[in-house]
Ligand binder design. Structure first.
Ligand code: NAD
Length: 476
């Protein structure tokens, strides 16, 4: 199937962002030079253009940041009444709204995600998260988890939703009276640094939020620092396991949000056209760089041919290209390393005998790209059905009965999310009860809201982010 439509370019202007040539670390309310870390470059994955040089924090920098956070915790933040902390959080939320367009463009430049997603999904959710937890700051006694903050939280986040993951981590921590040292991912540091400026703009007391850029070594130094009371990590299961080992036996509290391999289950009575939109949104949203992506499509055998035909047709209309173009559906893969991982696992899928079909997209000359791809003839034993690909690649399996669907959906080491498509409310409820996943969507997929807790079972981690439950990880 060839390309069905042509579109005139509709690029968002990048003039609204002002990226510095180089950035220091944000410690104690100021941008400072690192003491013992090497600088690194962050690039635009859609063009490979270097956007800025960023500092990598070394162990001494981590120590400075933790010391600043401890001082701020002891002297101001934990002593401040909740209603006063709330004012800062509301102020941050409003500044994020005011600067939303700039932040969306910056996120798309540094991450590669389409502007329509950073503008219409990430940024509204980032602001909503701060508004939501601002509302909790003076109501903690009704939380059910006490009112006493833990102290200094060390927070490490991935590159797929850079500013949104920052909001998920920082908003509840601050609302509960903790101070934070946060490390963004090495490929997407720029919106976290812009957030540091927002903290200055909001006149947040120095040391309440500290941002340390750097790679895995910086994250490790933060996790291992003895002055940290709580570690909150979002990232791969592999690194999550290493962190769990290093924290075991210490007094540090830990929450982990890790990988996933969600089943998106389509029954024969489902509204098929809506389900196709849900399948497409489930796996191609954010180039499939989504921990809860619906990367395993389980479709009832009687409708499988119809679903696959409509799916391929819909995939042929997806527009891949410039993330800043408002028509773009599929942006750039975040890094050369991630592209390599996607290619390798897809090749393994072919070698294992699954049948691959990719939408016919024009791939730009520069940058990191992967076309929306679907594998059929996949069995449970295939690695593409078991391992997280974290890219725009869907594996399709079929089932005959609801029992078989549940059995296949749960046959994974992960348990983050699942989708159910059916006309029957009773089936939705019985499936939701039997699926071992932290979130189950019914007749929709990838919907997020700050009031709703999110988190995993099994190797997808533990602890919840969002909602009242999200306060538990930050209160004693
Ligand atoms: P990653 O684990 O390699 O990196 C995540 C973060 O951890 C980065 O900031 C990285 O610098 C840091 N890090 C790396 N090694 C470290 C170490 N030894 N100690 C401390 N920090 C270290 O993961 P990634 O490839 O950047 O992100 C993709 C993964 O994140 C996927 O597996 C995805 O499913 C998962 N993820 C999960 C959720 C969730 O909520 N469950 C959300 C987004 C992403």
């Amino acid at each position: 199937m060839g390309k069905l439509f042509d579109y005139a370019p509709a690029p968002e202007s990048r003039a609204i962002v002002n990226i510095g040539a180089s950035y220091g670390l944000f410690i104690n309310g100021e941008f400072v030079d690192p003491v013992d870390g090497e600088p690194f470059k962050t690039v635009n994955p859609a063009s490979e253009e270097v956007l800025a040089e960023v500092s990598a924090a070394g162990p001494q920098d981590v120590d400075r940041a933790v010391t600043a956070a401890r001082r701020a915790f002891d002297t101001t933040w934990s002593r401040m009444p909740g209603r006063e902390r709330a004012k800062y959080l509301f102020r941050i939320a409003r500044i994020i709204q005011e600067r939303a367009r700039e932040l969306a463009v910056l996120e798309s430049l540094d991450n590669g995600k389409p502007i329509k997603e950073s503008r219409d999904v990430d940024l509204p959710l980032v602001a909503a998260h701060f508004f939501y937890y601002a509302g909790w700051a003076d109501k903690l006694k009704y939380s059910g988890y006490g009112e006493t903050p833990l102290g200094v939280a060390g927070q490490v986040i991935p590159w797929n939703f850079p500013l949104l993951m920052l909001a998920w981590k920082i908003a509840p921590a601050l609302a509960c009276g903790n101070t934070v040292v946060l490390k963004p991912a090495e490929t997407t540091p720029l919106t976290a640094l812009a957030f540091a400026e927002i903290c200055q703009q909001a006149e947040l007391p120095p040391g309440v939020v500290n941002i340390l850029t750097g790679a895995g070594e910086t994250g490790r130094a933060l996790v291992e620092h003895s002055g940290i009371d709580k570690i909150a990590f979002t990232g791969s299961t592999e690194v999550g396991k290493a962190i769990a080992k290093s924290v075991a036996g210490t007094r540090k509290r830990l929450t982990l949000e890790l990988g996933g391999k969600a089943a998106n289950i389509v029954f024969d009575d489902a509204p098929i056209d809506q389900a196709i939109e849900g399948i497409v949104g489930g796996i191609f949203f954010n180039q499939g760089h989504v921990c809860c992506a619906g990367s395993r499509l389980l479709v009832q055998e009687s409708v499988a041919d119809d679903v696959l035909e409509r799916l391929r047709r819909r995939m042929s209309t997806l527009r891949l290209g410039d993330p800043l173009d408002k028509n773009t559906d599929v942006g750039a893969i975040n890094s050369a390393a991630q592209l390599q991982k996607i290619r390798e696992l897809s090749q393994i899928g072919e070698d294992e005998g699954a049948e691959r079909w990719s939408a016919a997209c024009e791939i730009p000359d520069r940058g990191f790209w992967y076309p929306p791809t679907v594998f059929t003839g996949v069995t449970q034993a295939h690695r593409i059905a078991r391992e997280e690909i974290f890219g725009p690649v869907l594996s399709v399996l079929t089932f005959r009965t609801p029992d078989e669907a549940v059995e296949k959906a749960n046959n994974t080491p992960y348990g983050l999310s699942a989708g159910v498509w059916t006309d029957k409310g009773s089936r939705i409820l019985s499936m939701a009860n039997r699926l071992r996943a932290g979130v189950v969507w019914a007749n929709t997929f990838n919907k997020f809201d700050p009031t709703s807790p999110f988190g995993g079972y099994k190797e997808s981690g533990f602890g919840r982010e969002g909602g009242r439950h999200g306060l538990e990880g930050y209160l004693r």
